[in-house]
Design a protein. Structure first.
Length: 468
């Protein structure tokens, strides 16, 4: 595949962050639209925290949002740990060319200097000493008198600070390459032309630009995407916010809805916000990305998901709900689930579901031996004296119904309610609580039709007996 080369470089140390997913989608859209390549590189050099299952989790999460090796624009995964020799060679090259020097300050020295009051600027005492490499030594890349210019594709992103002169060398990671150098060397090895990443990496960019130039390569085009913030306008964090993409998948969000919503975080689609991927891919321009923080609005995400659920056909909706209907933690035993009953109810519950996981809780009463009674709903409903009488008379009326359909059941209960001076909304409360156990749920008469005459009357009689 020719054309520009983009990449994402997540670390396999936990669940895949929604911010990383947004970055991946922006890269993916450009790679596909420009006929380029999307490279997945796993930065697995944090030996203590990296786990193979997290690597597979990243691959699975990307595939869920439509980014996978099945597409010819996809390349990888590559693993940073396999490029250790290149990292060491690059460090040696920098030292040989006098673009870097070895510093003997220990990790303890670095920590002490960082915590000390006053000026933390590195004094440069190792530069002229020709200190050789050592297991506890760090490489220091001195800042030139004229820092390099960092090229961004749009003014909104051109806010890179210059690195402080003689910055304190970073603490080395035992057994691992220095992160910034390894990142640069890997991008060079993989011929990356565009680096799109979160704004939090902005301060690293001038340092990495210096490394690119010092190693004799033209630097890539840099772009820093706006941070995602919560409702307090704080950067979203796994410590206080729901940020794992896999969690949304497991809760029944549709991948198309998640993709559509993430694409709107920092970029505004032309026309309606809700639109197919092909349209967003064709319209997406890096120059149109905003620099203001993007609010990760859970309510808006839920609204997007609801729209996508309602756009499914009934058969598609029923098939999509199956994993939650048959899950071990479903609110009813799997052997009591009836596919045809659910298909009959699906058109009536689909408009009410925000996530696919909602479906099981809405229809649970159909597949339980007896409904789970909401005690507060029961007390409120049958605390009114007429409700018991309405339930008793409804049993008699329903026993006489010939055509067990939603229309006939509604007409029968309307007549019973009128006999007691009640409108349908009031009259149906006692029947709903007796049959479903609660006061809210799917359309009552459609539910009674699906549940069937025998089971409906059995539950109503059981409620009457309890009230006697």
């Amino acid at each position: 595949m020719t054309g520009p080369r983009f990449r994402i470089a997540p670390s396999p140390t936990g669940y895949f962050h929604v911010g990383g997913a947004r970055t991946a989608l922006f890269n993916w859209a450009l790679a596909r639209r420009l006929g380029g390549t999307f490279v997945l590189r796993i930065e697995d050099t944090d030996i203590e925290r990296s786990q193979p299952e997290w690597t597979q989790g990243i691959i699975d999460a990307l595939a869920w949002i439509g980014i996978s090796a099945d597409d010819p624009h996809f390349e990888g995964p590559y693993f940073q740990s396999e490029y250790a020799a290149e990292h060491i060679a690059a460090a040696q090259q920098l030292v040989a060319a006098r673009h870097a020097y070895s510093c003997a300050m220990t990790a303890a020295d670095v920590e002490a200097r960082t915590k000390a009051p006053g000026n933390h600027r590195y004094p440069g005492w190792s530069r002229a000493r020709a200190i050789g490499p050592g297991p506890a030594h760090a490489l220091h890349l001195p800042t030139p008198a004229r820092p390099p210019t960092v090229h961004h594709p749009a003014p909104a992103h051109a806010r890179s600070p210059t690195p402080p002169p003689q910055a304190l060398p970073p603490r080395p990671l035992p057994g691992s390459p220095m992160f910034l150098l390894a990142n640069v060397v890997d991008d060079m090895s993989m011929r990356i032309t565009h680096v799109l990443r979160a704004e939090e990496h902005l301060s690293n960019t001038p340092k990495q630009q210096m490394m690119w130039l010092a190693l004799g390569h033209e630097a890539p085009i840099w772009a820093h995407l706006p941070l995602l913030v919560n409702e307090q306008r704080k950067k979203i964090s796994k410590r206080r916010d729901k940020v794992a993409l896999e969690q949304y998948r497991d809760e029944g969000y549709l991948p198309e809805a998640m993709v559509n919503y993430l694409m709107t975080l920092g970029w505004t689609p032309k026309g309606d916000e809700i639109q197919p991927w092909a349209q967003m891919e064709g319209d997406f321009l890096l120059e149109d990305v905003n620099h203001s923080p993007a609010f990760f609005d859970l309510k808006k995400l839920a609204a997007f998901n609801g729209e996508y659920i309602r756009a499914l056909t009934v058969d598609q909706f029923a098939a999509a709900c199956r994993p939650w209907l048959l899950a071990a933690d479903a609110p009813f035993p799997a052997d009591r689930f009836d596919e045809q009953m659910f298909l009959a109810m699906a058109p009536h519950i689909q408009p009410r579901c925000v996530t696919l996981a909602d479906a099981a809780g809405v229809v649970d009463f159909l597949f339980l031996p007896d409904p789970v009674i909401d005690e507060a709903a029961w007390a409120k409903t049958f605390g009114a004296t007429e409700s018991v009488a309405v339930l008793r008379d409804s049993i008699v009326a329903y026993e006489a119904v010939v055509d067990w359909t939603a229309e006939s059941l509604k007409a029968s209960l309307e007549a019973t309610g009128e006999a007691h001076g009640l409108k349908l909304g009031k009259a149906q409360a006692s029947v709903r609580v007796a049959v479903t156990g609660r006061t809210v749920g799917p359309p009552l008469f459609e539910a009674l039709e699906v549940l069937g005459r025998a089971e409906t009357l059995r539950r109503m009689r059981a409620a009457e007996a309890t009230l006697a």
